[in-house]
Design a protein around this ligand. Structure first.
Ligand code: 5AD
Ligand code: SF4
Length: 437
């Protein structure tokens, strides 16, 4: 019988895709995926440290494995990703959880194969954190888990150093994959039947910077030339780098979804400056106008932070105003989390928890109302969704339309991987319900 692995993923889409790469490495070693930790011969925690609660969540789960490891001494436990990549965190992890066998960082994920082989003949834990970014590894074959959707990294790292953010410290400087490799990967995925490709990078707009390769809008156009019916999404775009050229490229192919994730973080110019975002709220609104000029029906989603150090009631109201002005189709809302090592962590005037809590609740109410209104727009209309799954509990198939709304419907045949037109008769939050037409 093959040995089994189980991966626990924390954080964003980027990490979900990295777990697919880890799964690829483990299956290359002859392991098979399983759904629970109890049966696994190897458990990997792919961690995130962007906010304190993601980090605490991982600590809690790793702690719970102590008993399992005591019962099964041969089990290999590995902890990787952003958490151990932070200064001194690998050592802390080892002290706290001495039964963890392998601790590795973001820059040495591709060496996990060697660490597992080494661990089979070594008693002591393996703790390897590379400080410098390694070469981009092109020969990892991810074990994809989200058919008909596929994620493709186009670049790694971030140079922006927003003052609240730990990412540049744990993911290193920006480096882009060669466009020919990205295009070849997308072509291969489309030929294998994948129908939605999401291009990933911390700041996709600076793709190719510092190289003589093509720009991001050019890359998009080249990917659109690949034959076949498929959708393209991308994330994340930094507003300071969002260009008219990109809006134009987005409008020139019906393969590109009419949805842009453009994190604004705050509506207050004073806070945006302290966050080192390098745009003002009016710059942001101008970019939105440019986008709408080329794609009038484009939906916009965003990320928002409340409780950044020094945020006054006036600053917070400016965020509410901006959210109303842009009318986001949905938004991720976060309470500022102090991350050791970032510039904002040393700023005076950290906001008390009760103030942040009240602000986030107010913001969430506003965002939810906008989300519902955007969903309601689809009622009575026909929208095309790409079916991704079957919900056993509801007895309904589900998939997203190009604007990112989830649509549910009944069907007698297996619809997974099909584009289906739905006549929407009900909307509920971010979900739409309709009949196949
Ligand atoms: N606290 C709260 N939210 C944060 N984000 C990044 N760092 C922090 C932090 N320290 C949010 C930003 C970013 C998203 C991925 O996570 O909104 O766009
Ligand atoms: Fe963090 Fe800013 Fe880079 Fe996004 S652009 S990863 S928020 S530093």
């Amino acid at each position: 019988m093959n040995k089994l692995f189980h991966i626990v993923t924390y954080g964003c889409q980027m990490n979900v895709h990295e777990s697919e790469k880890i799964a690829g490495i483990l299956s290359g070693l002859g392991y098979e995926s399983c759904d629970d930790m109890e049966s696994a011969d190897i458990v990997v925690f792919n961690t995130c440290c962007i906010r304190e609660n993601a980090e605490n969540h991982a600590y809690g789960n790793i702690g719970m494995l102590k008993k399992l490891k005591a019962a099964n001494k041969n089990m290999i436990i590995a902890v990787g990703g952003c958490l151990p990549q932070q200064m001194n965190k690998a050592e802390n992890l080892h002290e706290k959880f001495p039964y963890v066998d392998i601790i590795f960082g973001t820059h040495n994920l591709s060496k996990l194969r060697d660490y597992i082989i080494e661990k089979q003949t070594r008693k002591k834990p393996i703790i390897r954190i590379d400080e410098r970014e390694g070469e981009i590894c092109e020969n990892e074959k991810p074990l994809r888990t989200s058919y008909p959707n596929a994620w493709v990294n186009i670049m790694y790292g971030c140079n922006n150093f927003c003052s609240y953010c730990i990412v540049p410290y744990v993911r290193g400087r920006e480096r882009s994959r060669k466009s020919e490799n990205i295009i070849a990967e997308v072509r291969q995925l489309v030929s294998e039947g994948y129908r939605e490709i999401t291009l990933l990078g911390q700041n996709v707009n600076s793709y190719g910077n510092g190289t003589d390769d093509i720009t991001f809008p050019e890359l998009l156009s080249k990917i659109c030339e690949i034959d076949g019916k498929f959708r393209i999404r991308f994330m994340t775009s930094h507003p300071k780098d969002f260009s008219e050229e990109l809006a134009k490229a987005m409008s020139q192919s019906d393969k590109i979804c009419h949805l842009l994730h453009l994190p604004v973080q705050s509506g207050s110019d004073r806070i945006l400056r302290a966050m080192n975002r390098r745009y003002t709220s009016s710059d942001y609104l101008r970019k939105v106008d440019i986008l709408k000029k080329y794609i009038p029906d484009c939906e916009i989603t965003t990320d928002l932070i409340v409780g950044f150090p020094g945020e006054t009631e006036e600053d917070f109201n400016a965020t509410l105003d901006l959210v109303k002005r842009v009318d986001f189709s949905s938004a991720f809302t976060f309470v500022y989390s102090r991350r050791e090592g970032t510039k904002a962590a040393t700023m005076p005037d950290q906001i008390p928890e009760d103030v942040s809590k009240r602000r986030i609740m107010q913001l969430v109410d506003l965002v939810n109302a906008q989300t519902r209104a955007h969903s309601a727009k689809f009622v009575g209309k026909t929208t095309e969704i790409l079916c991704e799954d079957y919900d056993e509990k509801r007895g309904l198939y589900l998939g997203r339309n190009e604007y990112g709304r989830m649509g549910y419907f009944k069907s007698e045949c297996d619809e997974r991987g099909n584009f289906v037109n739905l006549k929407i008769n009900q909307a509920n939050g971010v979900s739409l319900f309709g009949d196949k037409v």
